[in-house]
Write a protein that binds this ligand. Structure first.
Ligand SMILES: [Zn+2]
Length: 495
């Protein structure tokens, strides 16, 4: 299908004046959303875990033609949701070719286009925008200026050009006018200086704004969407009341409610499909990685108000796979199977994403990270092995047995050694792993059992990853897992 190339052709096409002239962005979003509501299937593909909470509220906001704000902690897919709104835009949007602000062919707001139409009439050339080209995103920072966001005037140039000051002909457009007829997303809105928020408000409300003291008229057509961290929303910065008042809906995001949803997001987002080696990620490794984030979100040593991003398990997963890849390449193994040892090796993907409270800072990020991994392993282990008698394995260690499980060790050698531990390999049936599975899978599964026993302190393990007898415990029975948190002492006081 070839698209009309002139205003005259456009008029005769499905992009008729009747259809396009008054079709504002928010009407378009609403129309396309209504069409999508008629069909089954996901409203926004790729957004996981929000079907019953965030998505219905966004649908309502769009149906209401609201500007809206997403409030949530870091790593809750706020930017991703805002970007997903482009799927509600028309496939092709005609505009006057060459216009910096993508003027509507039937009602241009800029002087250049009005002159163009006066000169060329029905031959005025038409160009088209795709949905992606109609999405403009800006991370708010305190140094964003009116010039960045709305535009600038060069008074000398203006005087020379003979245009009346304040005419849009002498405006160098900022981001917002360039988003005309599209979606403009501002992330971390409270970080925007109050003066800029006022400018933003004026242009939304009145269609005009003052730049360097000159009034400029810009009746833009933009769907404005924002995101903010609820902490900053009230504390660090603020949103000026008139602007806040103009934001129709305030929608709260959240972290995945269940482990399964968390795993689904991590699997979707992490870079797992790599060139080269075949990859098998065991279920328990996925679980341990996800449980690290869940444990961190509950841990008193970690700042609740900044949250623990979903990027933690995603980056962690990527590093875990890389560590397993490194081992597989070294030993020319056929399949990459991550082990729990690889999760410990992925500490660099974890520590940087934890905002520590005072107590956490005292202990250090590495210590806190290791403890979270251990907590995650213990919980995942319980899910698979609760009630399973592991005494035979523990006894093997108590009788002086030792085994080193370096994360770099070749699977073939490791399996040889693991088979020497009486009672171990047959327990792997609980993980759906048997003697017919790959060497790599069997080693990974067996190591998970040992790491689980270590996490429960039934056996010991040193820095060199040598598993050995644990310190003698008064009760031989398996204790329910307990964390070693010291009493909560709160944040570091300011003096
Ligand atoms: Zn124009």
């Amino acid at each position: 299908m070839s698209l009309p190339r002139t205003l005259g052709e456009l008029r005769q096409s499905s992009f008729s004046e009747e259809k396009i002239r008054g079709r504002r962005v928010k009407d378009e979003l609403r129309d396309n959303l209504m069409a999508r509501l008629c069909h089954d299937g996901p409203m926004f593909p790729g957004i996981v875990g929000y079907d019953d909470t965030v998505i219905p509220q966004i649908v309502n906001a769009v149906l209401s033609r609201h500007n809206f704000i997403l409030l949530g902690l870091r790593g809750q897919a706020k930017s991703r949701i805002l970007r997903a709104l482009t799927t509600l835009l028309d496939a092709q949007t005609p505009y006057i070719a060459g216009c910096e602000i993508h003027d509507n062919p039937y009602s241009p707001i800029c002087g250049r286009c009005r002159l163009e139409i006066a000169r060329l009439g029905e031959d005025t050339p038409i160009a088209y925008l795709t949905p992606d080209e109609r999405y403009v995103e800006k991370l708010a920072t305190p140094d964003v200026t009116i010039a960045d966001l709305i535009g600038d005037i060069d008074p000398i140039k203006a005087a020379r050009s003979g245009h009346e000051l304040g005419s849009e002909m002498i405006v160098h457009y900022g981001l917002l006018p360039r988003a005309n007829r599209g979606i403009f997303a501002i992330n971390e809105l409270p970080d925007l200086a109050g003066k800029i928020q006022v400018g933003l408000f004026n242009i939304m409300q009145e269609g005009d704004v003052q730049i360097k003291g000159y009034p400029v008229r810009l009746p833009l057509d933009v769907a404005l969407v924002f995101s903010a961290n609820p902490e900053d929303y009230t504390a660090r910065g603020k949103i000026i009341t008139p602007l806040k008042d103009r934001i129709g809906s305030e929608i709260r995001t959240h972290y995945p409610a269940s482990l399964e949803e968390g795993i689904a997001i991590t699997v979707q987002e992490a870079w797992t499909q790599r060139n080269g080696y075949r990859l098998h990620i065991p279920k328990y490794v996925q679980e341990v990685i996800e449980r690290i984030a869940f444990a961190a979100r509950e841990d008193k040593k970690i700042d609740k108000r900044s949250g623990v991003s979903q990027r933690l398990p995603i980056s962690c997963m990527e590093n875990v796979i890389s560590n397993a890849e490194r081992r597989a390449i070294r030993h020319q193994e056929k399949v990459v199977v991550p082990r729990i040892g690889d999760v410990y090796a992925a500490l660099p993907a974890i520590t940087g994403k934890l905002e520590l409270e005072y107590e956490g800072e005292m202990k250090g990020a590495d210590f806190v990270g290791r403890e979270l991994i251990r907590t995650a392993i213990a919980k995942a282990y319980d899910g698979f092995f609760k009630g399973t008698d592991m005494n035979q394995i523990v006894q093997w260690f108590d009788l002086g047995g030792q085994i080193q499980m370096a994360d770099t060790a070749a699977s073939s050698e490791a399996l040889q050694a693991l088979r020497g531990i009486q009672g171990l390999m047959e327990k792997l049936v609980k993980l759906n792993v048997g003697p017919k599975d790959s060497t790599e899978s069997q080693v990974s599964a067996a190591e998970f059992v040992l790491e689980g026993l270590y996490a429960h302190k039934r056996i010991g393990r040193n820095e060199e990853r040598v598993f050995a007898a644990g310190e003698k415990q008064p009760k031989p029975a398996e204790k329910p897992f307990e964390r070693e948190d010291a009493p909560y002492r709160g944040r570091r006081p300011f003096n």
